[in-house]
Design a protein around this ligand. Structure first.
Ligand code: FNR
Length: 369
């Protein structure tokens, strides 16, 4: 179907499934174990109901915001997802360009198909990006990588902390993974150590240090002046520890349901985290909270913002729209979310992002409430 036949993010998913190689589809779409969390990520948003206000002047809707100080056209960023060339030959380069066109930040993945230099070179001079970090067992490698990011002007570093071992993704494991036209470039010299016989997931697990712990946080902070955040926090205690350790924020995420199964969606964790952070003295300015996982509608973005998130990340919608229609597909996907968010904001009586509050949603159907 032509690109303008796409009406929502799910449409891209259907097309991607048709056009992608089975191995690539298996790697992108799979979740951990029984995929309970994978499915629940989007469903959790449906457990939150709207509480709109009427007779507010909603002639003009302003969705613009700042994400860690970076201007964005709406509270959305493209989160890091490994190996974008499995979707499309233009891979991460197309995502960098689409991010610029759509006016949202992109979190560059450590395990990219294109090299870091190629991704950075695809930016326009004024384009700001974030970066995701898998800490390597050899710390000096991570230090070099981080130094390169900092020199390239990357704004913030998201350290992934939910993958000391990669989850069992059976759809992916069933595919004997041979990387056609795609390579893990996170660390060229490590090629030999990568075992590709058990799917992409097994192939990349040797990059990640399972020994990483809270005592390494001062080291992480010491190797860069970039903002450092944790990606993959799942409870109030850890969010508060991150705040007290002097970090700039965290992403409430279960890695798109690809790691521990039957854990909670980020949106479900958000209320307890915001409450605990407030008690610990954190403000929205001093500590930024993000969520990702299952964001598929403009209304999902609204709900996350209402509950205190500075922005939300999207993963698979970027990959699926890229696989289906290349860079233009990604831009269109963002425009659809913008249209949806604009409508939800108008119908909720919230003309701009700061006007969206927890009073605009009801969360009694979420766990713990
Ligand atoms: C991911 N994700 C991820 N996260 C990370 O920190 N480093 C990585 O290399 C990857 N790789 C990756 C590959 C693929 C194919 C997917 C789908 C996801 C997790 C990602 O950043 C994010 O947490 C989820 O994708 C969010 O869920 P949705 O938007 O895909 O539902």
């Amino acid at each position: 179907p032509p690109l303008n036949a796409m009406l929502n993010t799910f449409d891209f998913e259907s097309v991607a499934r048709e056009v992608m190689e089975p191995q690539a589809w298996g790697y992108y779409s799979s979740g951990g174990d029984d995929e309970i969390t994978l499915r629940d990520n989007h469903m959790a948003f449906q457990r939150i109901t709207m509480r709109p206000r009427i007779l507010v002047n909603v002639r003009d809707i302003d969705m613009t915001t700042q994400i860690l100080g970076v201007p964005a056209s709406l509270p959305l960023y493209f989160t890091a997802t490994a190996l974008a060339k499995l979707a499309h030959q233009d891979g991460e380069v197309a995502i960098v360009k689409a991010a610029k066109k759509a006016g949202v930040p992109y979190m560059l993945p450590t395990l990219s198909s294109y090299t870091l230099d190629e991704m950075l070179a695809a930016r326009t001079p004024d384009q700001q990006v974030f970066s995701q970090l898998y800490v390597n067992p050899e710390r000096s490698r991570s230090e070099e990588y981080v130094k390169k990011l900092e020199e390239a002007g990357v704004q913030a570093l998201f350290v992934t902390v939910d993958a000391p071992q990669l989850g069992r993704r059976e759809k992916d494991m069933r595919n004997k993974f041979t990387q056609q036209g795609s390579d893990v470039q996170g660390d060229d010299e490590d090629e030999g150590a990568v075992d590709r016989s058990q799917g992409a997931t097994r192939a990349i697990s040797s990059y990640i240090d399972p020994g990483l712990n809270w005592e390494d946080v001062p080291w992480l902070k010491s190797i860069t002046k970039m903002k450092v955040l944790l990606k993959g926090v799942q409870c109030a205690e850890d969010a508060v520890m991150a705040f007290k350790a002097g970090l700039e924020g965290c992403v409430l995420s279960n890695h798109g349901g690809r790691q521990l199964d039957t854990c909670r969606p980020g949106i479900e964790v958000l209320p307890e985290v915001m409450e605990a952070l407030k008690e610990a003295g954190a403000t929205k300015e001093s500590f930024a909270v993000f969520i990702d996982g299952g964001v598929r509608r403009g209304g999902d973005i609204f709900k996350a913002v209402a509950l205190g998130a500075q922005a939300v990340g999207v993963g698979r919608p970027v990959l699926y729209s890229l696989a289906s229609y290349g860079m233009n597909g990604i831009v269109r996907m963002v425009h659809m979310l913008q249209d949806e968010l604009q409508m939800v904001m108008r119908l909720s009586g919230t003309p701009n992002i700061p006007s969206i509050t927890e009073k605009h949603v009801i969360i009694t159907n979420l766990a713990d409430h």
